[in-house]
Design a protein around this ligand. Sequence first.
Ligand code: NAD
Length: 489
Amino acid sequence: MITATTPQPTKIKPGKMLIDGKWADSLSGKTFETINPATGEVITKIAEGDKEDVALAVKAARKAFEVGPWPKMDARDRGKILAKVAELIMKNLEELAVMETVDSGKPITQSRKGDVPYTAETFFYYAGWPDKIHGETIPVRGNYFNYTLREPVGVVGQIIPWNFPLVLASWKLGPALACGNTVVLKPSKLAPLTCLRLGELFMEAGLPEGVLNILTGSGETVGTAIAQHPGIDVVALTGETITGKSIMRNAADTLKRVSMELGGKSPNIVFADADIESAIKGSLFGIFFNQGECCNAGSRLLLEKKLHDEFIEKMTTFANKLKVGDTLDPETEIGPLISQGQFNKVIRYIEEGKKEGCRLACGGEPLGGKGYFIKPTIFDNVKNDMKIAREEIFGPVLATVTFKDIDEAIEAGNLSDYGLAAGVWTRDIRKAHLVARRLRAGTVWINTYAAFDPASPFGGYKQSGFGREQGIHSLELYTQVKSVWVNLE
Ligand code: NAD
């Protein structure tokens, strides 16, 4: 229910694209509507870009890279602009939080306390990097002076999804810009608003024209054109595994560097010797945070057999109490799914789970009324080979499987095409580290779930992708090394 204290979205203006420092309609003049998933209502219209708009943006980014001040600027001054953006994000926190919530459906408290401050933190973190990115001197044989330069790669295409628009924009823009590259960024059609506002904040912070270009439009047109364009040197995607495969094929002809942050079906393993109360809390957070629309969602709960009954009973009691509904109510814990399409997909998986003979422990149905809400859903008695245990659902649906010992837990944990993240809950420190080592996942959380920090790397094993974002590791993608030889004879 909307209360007197609930912030109202400011009237959000139609979205234009940022090309060469100017806000522009698409060349075709076409637009699309962005929808509030909590109500199904249109928020505003957004310019619908196409291949020709990509060509303009790449031209601007190329010029900004070849002749503009950005790559040559004193490194610390580049850092100052990133720091300024971080400050502006915090200054505009409330506006950005409401915008993120109405566009993507995440609860307002999450936007206020999580997404927006974390975005600023990421820019603060990368603001400290530019003057620390440097080469080496190498003691080669012979009378030479050999050293390396670590240089920006050039023009970077960055394609991001709708589940964390601001956060994921910062994970991509922070390191790419810190290294001195120029960027063509494409947010998702389903939640483009905050990325466009972020573009305004970059301009306000003094980013030179053409360094950041933001294109709105579909993956098939704008995304494909970014992957194929010969003027782009690197393409970095966060999205579905199938999208990653298509981008890799399209980028192959121009031999672009690619980075892939893709889907997941992460196991969350609870041993009987865990602190049960915190394991329940962490497991609920792991699957239901952001409505389960998280790449790292702990969507497979692997429970030691002897713990099963107590754990499921307590967990479902808590799940039934989670507050689902009005995204602008500060008390709300679970918002709607992003779209009618995503809602239909999740409902299909729930039906599939029932058909496969799993026990529905709680949820399993829409909330009813307006918006794309589905109640937190826990399936019990799931087998590792069932569809709901193998495929990424990307909604508030948990599949519970039991195991009898550590080997069975590790085997089940690794039984996936994905390898993005995993959770381990136990009081036995030896067991915790052993399991962490044997799991094939890019991140393992021990006695916690979904802890993040801009300084710590994140990325996938197996079909969850490759390349790492955040921390020092992200700088690899956005720099290249030049070896310089000087004859001292
Ligand atoms: P998506 O793959 O459908 O879209 C992601 C982006 O790619 C969008 O901007 C989209 O327009 C674009 N795109 C779609 N098809 C394209 C194509 N053929 N060529 C070029 N671009 C294309 O994903 P989504 O539904 O927006 O997001 C959910 C997915 O993202 C999930 O699979 C989730 O696991 C993944 N994800 C991964 C991470 C991570 O860090 N590994 C983080 C968040 C989300």
